[in-house]
Structure formats: structure tokens, C-alpha cells
Design a protein. Structure first.
Length: 208
């Protein structure tokens, strides 16, 4: 498969740094292995080949096992995941399939996530799901389920786990500084999936 263009986030000035800064917020509150399980499951649903190739590599770098990675798509029927991980995966599936049902996040799924995660953890989890669904989104020009990666037809196999986190010029920030009530509206306008996932899960009309 021939790439149509360079990655859009590499073309628009500072776009990649902004996306990485937003994603970094979720790492403050959740274990790396849990985040990669969430990223992988959303990517499987969205059918993004580059993401499905990348996230198992990142998960293994964080200490994940092949046994668990091979079972993510069938997590309900395997004994390898904790109750907390199961709650995260269920919420991931619900928020990745927002249009599949009238009530995108049923009370049972929300209740279990609320039981397993504290408020800050749950907020970080919702953000993580929203962000991964910005990268692989159903609004794809190729029709295969990826806004950024499939639209530009970036091929899988390009992820180097050793290079992850080596951004030479990370955005300076203090914890909790990057996403505030004052700039929520700007984030929501830039990333529609960020807004829809947050509203569907919390059932709040977010309009800062």
C-alpha cells in the first residue's frame, strides 16, 4: 500500500505536539498496560491497520504478554483480565460504537466503570478513549475506519517502540494545566470525537 501523503499531524505545524500533550494527560492517571489494552481494542473495532500493528508493540514494551494481547478481542470469554480491565474494555467498546445504539453507554457499563475507577482515573480513561478514537475514526475517506491514518493510507509496520516518548521538544506543562474549562471549547471544536465521547459517557452537555 502506497501512502497518499505524510501524516497530517506531521504536516500541520505543532499538531503532533498538541496531540501528544493531550494524550500525556491520560498517562498521569492510568497504568500503561491498561491504556494499551484500551488503545488496541478501539483500534480493532475501527479497523485501523497501522494502530493494530503499533499498539501491541507498545504494550509489549510496557511488559504485556502475547497471551493477553491475542485475547483482547475476546476479553469477555477469557480469564486473563482483571475486573478493572474488563470495565475499561467494556467502556472502550461502548464509546467507540457511539452510533450503534440509542443509549451509547448503558447504566450497567457506566456503573461498573464507576465502581472500578476513581473519579480522576475515570476521567483519564474517558479522555484516553476519546483520543484513540480521534486517530482511528469512522469518518474515513478510504471507508476503512481511520480519519488520520487511513485517509492518508499510512502503512502498518512503521512503529518503533524504542522511539516512542522521544519527542525532542515536548510541550512544557504542569500537571492538569493543558485541559481546563477555558480551553475545552477549543478542544471540542478541533476534536469532535473528544466531545461526543465525553458527553455520551458522562451524560452532560459540555459547553465551557
Amino acid at each position: 500500500m502506497q501512502a497518499r501523503m505524510n501524516h497530517p499531524a506531521m504536516v500541520v505545524p505543532d499538531a503532533m505536539r498538541t496531540l501528544q500533550a493531550l494524550g500525556a494527560l491520560t498517562h498521569d492517571g492510568l497504568p500503561e498496560k491498561l491504556l494499551e489494552l484500551v488503545h488496541l481494542r478501539a483500534s480493532q473495532i475501527n479497523g485501523c491497520s497501522a494502530c493494530v500493528d503499533m499498539h501491541p508493540k507498545l504494550a509489549k514494551k510496557a511488559g504485556e504478554t502475547d497471551e493477553r494481547l491475542f485475547s483482547v478481542a475476546a476479553w469477555r470469554d477469557t480469564p486473563y483480565f482483571s475486573e478493572k480491565e474488563r470495565a475499561a474494555l467494556a467502556l472502550t467498546e461502548a464509546l467507540t460504537r457511539l452510533s450503534d445504539r440509542a443509549d451509547p453507554v448503558p447504566d450497567a457499563i457506566w456503573g461498573e466503570a464507576d465502581k472500578q475507577f476513581g473519579e480522576q482515573e475515570l476521567a483519564a480513561l474517558i479522555l484516553a478513549i476519546a483520543i484513540i478514537n480521534f486517530w482511528p475514526s469512522p469518518l474515513s475517506t478510504s471507508g476503512t475506519g481511520s480519519m488520520l491514518l487511513c485517509a492518508s493510507r499510512l502503512a502498518p509496520g512503521k512503529c518503533d517502540p524504542a522511539a516512542v516518548g522521544s519527542d525532542p521538544s515536548p510541550l512544557p506543562r504542569r500537571r492538569g494545566e493543558a485541559v481546563t474549562a477555558g480551553n475545552y471549547a477549543a478542544l471540542a471544536s478541533l476534536f469532535p470525537d473528544f466531545r461526543s465521547a465525553a458527553e455520551a459517557s458522562c451524560r452532560l452537555p459540555l459547553a465551557c
